[in-house]
Design a protein. Structure first.
Length: 423
């Protein structure tokens, strides 16, 4: 069944080899991976998600569409994965790989977001762990092969949304830039620092200080940057990702439906105790996650995709996308993303580590928070290698009595998505 693309355009045209718009989920299991169980789990999982079993096609009018792709989803014995939307991936926009006790899933961020990716992983883990360990895994909350698939999973809620609020046109001053502040223009080594904190301890800290995981991490990053650069002039502005599904009335939608709330570390906040600062940040989040505000963000996103579709050539679409990306870099200091507690149920008994990697917008620092197996993992996804911001953040954790484990430091390696403009 052919499906016209819509919401996918922005992420497609912002993808490049140096920062591909891909979600990479890395899972370290308790035991060595069984490749036969892996094959079974992937094949059975993909039966549940026919809208991910597709390949891209360009129509004569230069509109993009999905075509059904009956080729098997690729599994490779490596941690590198394969280039998506290429012969190596059987022209799928999703692929799996494994090595030792690690499993990796790569999926185009144009196809889905963290919420959608978690659904796939939840299904995969159900089948893999059931087969690998010969145990009964709870089916509660897991999408399984053979389910009747609601039309709401397929439909693009942004494309069909009408009567959306008019996006505000308020001018926003530039945000504090982490690259220019630390003179990192020549540091081109994308790096990920992975930090783990105990879930119960961190949630206790949040409750005591009127915080929540994403707002508290955003606040601690803001405080860390403020202490590094006390004489800065531009404002520290963190974007905290917002799931747009609730406002759209589309809880089952699989598309990439991510907006943002701007959290500004204003001068009057700096001398407040952390509890009062957290309350202020939560207030900013509350104000910007009201339905009409989120839907205004949806309207803005819809307008961008319509603008991209109106351009007749890829080069014109790239120019628009690059201009929007440059504006984002000017307005955002960093981004913090939290899908929410993973809820992988019984499968978590067999998981030892869980990471979610993706690319930020251009040179913007991105923190991805995962909650799996009784701990939060905070992945510092940097377009540079310096540890200056990680160290400042870790000092902030220490100063507030939060124990942490810096698990590893790795090259941020994401597979390319092959488009005509990325070849």
């Amino acid at each position: 069944m052919n499906q016209l693309l819509f919401t996918e355009y922005r992420a497609m045209y912002s993808s490049a080899k140096e920062h591909p718009t891909v979600i990479r989920i890395r899972i370290r299991m308790r035991d060595l991976i069984d490749p036969d169980c892996m094959r079974y789990a992937v094949d059975t999982t993909m039966k549940r998600y026919p809208y991910f079993c597709v390949e891209l096609n360009t129509r004569e009018d230069n509109r993009w569409e999905y075509l059904d792709n009956s080729r098997p989803v690729v599994i490779t014995n490596s941690l590198c994965g394969v280039e998506l939307n290429s012969e190596a991936s059987n022209y799928h926009l999703i692929a799996f790989s494994w090595q030792d006790n690690w499993i990796v899933m790569d999926v185009s961020h144009a196809v889905t977001d963290g919420t959608g990716a978690y659904e796939i992983v939840r299904t995969f883990l159900y089948y893999y762990c059931s087969q690998r360990y010969h145990v009964e895994i709870s089916e509660q909350g897991v999408r399984l092969a053979g389910d009747e698939i609601a039309v709401e999973e397929w439909e693009d809620p942004v494309m069909k949304a009408t009567d959306l609020p008019t996006p505000p046109r308020a001018e926003m001053p530039p945000a504090f830039n982490l690259v220019t502040a630390a003179h990192l223009e020549d540091d081109k080594e994308p790096t990920v620092y992975s930090i783990a904190v105990d879930e119960k301890e961190f949630m206790r800290f949040n409750i005591e200080n009127d915080g929540s995981p994403a707002t508290m991490i955003s606040l601690m990053l803001s405080r860390a940057v403020a202490k590094l650069f006390p004489d800065r002039e531009d404002i520290i502005r963190i974007t905290m990702t917002v799931n747009q599904r609730k406002a759209l009335g589309a809880p089952l939608a699989h598309q990439s439906l991510v907006g943002g709330a701007f959290l500004e570390y204003k001068d009057e906040l700096k001398d407040w105790p952390i509890e009062r600062q957290a309350t202020a940040y939560r207030g900013m989040v509350f104000a910007q996650t009201r339905e009409e505000v989120v839907l205004a963000g949806v309207a803005s996103m819809k307008g961008i995709n319509q603008m991209l579709m109106s351009k007749p050539t890829d080069q014109e679409r790239l120019a628009v996308s690059n201009a929007i990306g440059g504006m984002t870099e000017r307005l955002v200091t960093a981004t913090v993303s939290y899908v929410g507690k993973a809820g992988f149920k019984d499968s978590e008994d067999y998981i030892r580590d869980f990471r979610l990697w993706t690319s930020g917008s251009g040179a913007v620092l991105l923190l991805e928070i995962s909650a799996v197996g009784g701990r939060f993992t905070i992945d510092f996804l940097q377009p540079y290698s310096t540890s200056i911001y990680v160290n400042a953040f870790l000092r902030e954790l220490e100063d507030n009595g939060i124990k942490y484990d810096l698990q590893d430091v790795m090259k941020l390696d994401l597979p390319n998505v092959r488009y005509p403009w990325t070849e």
